[in-house]
Design a protein around this ligand. Sequence first.
Ligand code: 13P
Length: 339
Amino acid sequence: MIDTLRALLVSGKGLLAMDESVGTCNQRLVAAGIAPTPEMRQAYRALLLGTPQLGEGISGVILHDETLRQSLDNGRAMVSTAQLAQDAGVLIGIKVDLGTQDLPGHAGEKVTEGLDGLGPRLQAYRALGARFAKWRGVCSVDDLARPSLACIEANAHALARYAGLCQAAGLVPIVEPEVLMAGPHSLARCQQVTEALLGSVFSQLQRQGVALELLILKPNMVISGLDGPQQDSAADVARATLQCLRRAVPAAVPGIVLLSGGQSGPQASSRLNALHAVPDASLPWAVSFSFARALQHPALEIWAGQASQQGAARAALMHRVRCNVAALRGRYTAELEIP
Ligand code: 13P
């Protein structure tokens, strides 16, 4: 696990999340005008994972069970997913939660399921080549009732149970408590809720004896709701996010990789850049990215299911990777987006 952490958190790289559930992946394919079939999901994931320069800025990819078990086309032949990842120089991670269900008695709130039988599943994933795992718990936000303490605590408990099982199986757990961006809430409300959620997660992790030194945290940035009147400056997001993380995340945790949560690619890059450009921001943890939409979106649109577009789509993916690598050094500027 220490070798895995070192490789994942190496300076100047981040993670590519490509672990969308079948339903979510299908929605994104349809939105890009692509048929939502198993063949198209396979082709799309081969396109991403087969990007030859991926390892330049990506240390690990988070896959869905479907992808880890598939062979993928590397342009010459079908090869195992593990082989394709190895060729790209990236470690394989696997999403192991089974998605969200309604939390009874709490309208509009969700709890993530998948703990039953997780121990043996983790062993099987390790045998297939996975070295780390991911579990996502989500909280929606309004000004008063949501998230409920019940939602925060149920998700924090499940995240800690999952993390303990991962460490017992020799897989590094990525612990992903996400405060959703949907809604009109303020940046201050997002910060309040994110601090409460992270506080509960770390209390559960400690209570359940999870080694904080052997996990990676994947939180949201602190951002106003997407439906709010005002969008925040990158500097405001960076200040609030750093304050929140400093208050809530123990220094024993080696790394934090932020999710993008529905921000555009350039928005996520500029805010990540601002986090690394804050003066005197000496941080106890490595801070990087683990984006799905903010890395993939342009590539998916350009590909549009056409084999002839593969090169252009991969170039678009690498553009986003390079923008985020620049952001990790505080060197991202809007000019980088000009073709
Ligand atoms: P986004 O970056 O699109 O939020 O996805 C990250 C992720 O892994 C969701 O679980």
